[in-house]
Design a binder for this molecule. Structure first.
Ligand SMILES: C[S@@+](CC[C@H](N)C(=O)[O-])C[C@H]1O[C@@H](n2cnc3c(N)ncnc32)[C@H](O)[C@@H]1O
Length: 373
């Protein structure tokens, strides 16, 4: 019997505060049209103290031991011919967690794919989601991305980490009886298809998440699935009215896009706190339904901020106030690419290689811009 701690429902959605493996085991065969989600990235984040939290694991082996059950049950409950889409990335590891004492990348995406194929899924599609290495460097301070290391010994440096969406198909008897997913050309013109069929999805901001505007930790999630990615998968791979499932509901991103676009949604989440927030987000989705027109579903990409027009360079005679003003108005990426970046919690700025003063020493500034050295 499935142990459901709590549940909530609305117009077209049912969600459960429960363990996803146990819950999925209780679902009928061939009942789900699409599943889409971000799994916990093995031991990257611990979401709760629960021993069932798949982020609360001591090793990747432990993660995959539980995840494999879910992958197997997902296959059973998915309709023949239909799909599961997972949003994943590789993981960086450091010397302190490596027996060999090395640092590198753990191929988490590869292991997720292997488990799916071993459990009977067919690998159907790989989408790479382009991400900006400068933003990643500013967020993670990963030393493999530091320009300082690039200058000292470029062999130490790596590169940016993309995200991926891997799609798997249930290739099984009865596929011909499952309804095809049909899109009226007016809603899904050739140009949209050509863009969505790209193997690399670019220009989809990672900030398009339900967290935006969240004021408290209660409302926020550590790593919500971007809405723009979720929307494309739900719209491409389901008909209106079909059932979308997210075993790792979090604060409800996959449900939000499904309900907004007239799909039915079921989801499970282990953390009571995120479950509570998911209820609010799904209620919001009900009030905020899209008209069904794909163009409405694709918000315009916000225009890039114009470059500041004056003080286009840091000069040795600048006062601290001018320097602060200059840096605060410079778009982040531009600043880091051309002018240095963050290192050990401090900002350093340097003339670009093309500049006559390129050999001048870097200016190092405390994060509050209070001191320049
Ligand atoms: C990567 S997050 C998903 C975020 C979600 N896509 C969103 O946008 O909010 C993974 C989630 O899985 C939940 N989780 C971990 N183990 C679980 C389990 N066994 N059953 C259900 N949920 C679980 C965590 O609490 C966490 O919220």
């Amino acid at each position: 019997m499935t142990n459901v701690i709590n549940q909530a429902a609305g117009d077209g959605w049912n969600i459960y505060n429960a363990d996803c493996v146990e819950f999925t085991t209780g679902l009928p065969d061939n009942s789900i049209d699409l599943s889409v989600y971000s799994p916990p990235f093995s031991s990257l984040y611990i979401y709760s103290e629960s021993e069932r939290d798949m982020g609360n694991v001591a090793s990747h082996e432990e993660f995959f031991a539980s995840y494999r059950h879910l992958v197997r049950e997902k296959l059973r409950v998915t309709k023949p011919g239909r799909l599961t889409a997972i949003h994943i990335k590789d993981l960086v590891y450091y010397s302190n967690s490596s027996k060999k004492g090395d640092r590198g990348l753990y191929d988490f995406t590869g292991d997720c794919a292997r488990v799916h194929v071993e459990e009977g899924w067919t690998l159907h599609r790989k989408i790479t989601v382009d991400r900006c290495p400068v933003k990643e460097m500013q967020k993670t301070k990963a030393d493999r991305l530091l320009y300082k290391h690039f200058r000292l010994d470029a062999a130490r440096t790596g590169g940016g980490m993309p995200e991926y969406i891997y799609v798997f198909r249930k290739w099984a008897e009865g596929m011909d009886e499952t309804a095809p997913v049909l899109h009226p050309p007016a809603n899904f013109p050739l140009e949209t298809w050509q863009e969505w069929a790209q193997p690399i999805w670019r220009g989809l901001p990672e900030t398009d998440v339900l967290n935006v505007g969240a004021k408290t930790d209660e409302e926020r999630h550590l790593c919500p699935m971007p809405l723009n990615l979720t929307r494309r998968i739900v719209l491409q791979y389901t008909n209106p009215g079909e059932v979308v499932f997210s075993p790792f509901l979090g604060i409800g991103s996959e449900g939000y896009e499904s309900v907004r676009h007239g799909r039915r949604f079921i989801g499970t989440e282990l953390s009571e706190r995120y479950f509570g927030q998911a209820i609010k987000n799904l209620q919001r989705a009900e009030k905020n339904k899209a008209t069904g027109d794909l163009f409405e579903a694709l918000p315009p990409v916000p225009a890039a901020e114009p470059m500041p027009q004056k003080n286009l360079e840091i000069t040795p005679t600048m006062t601290l106030a001018e320097l602060r003003d200059f840096l605060s108005r410079l778009p982040e990426e531009e600043m880091a690419r051309e002018w240095g970046g963050w290192d050990d919690g401090r900002l350093y700025a340097q003339f670009p290689a093309s500049h006559p003063k390129k050999d001048a020493p870097a200016i190092v500034i405390d994060p509050d811009f209070s001191r320049a050295a």
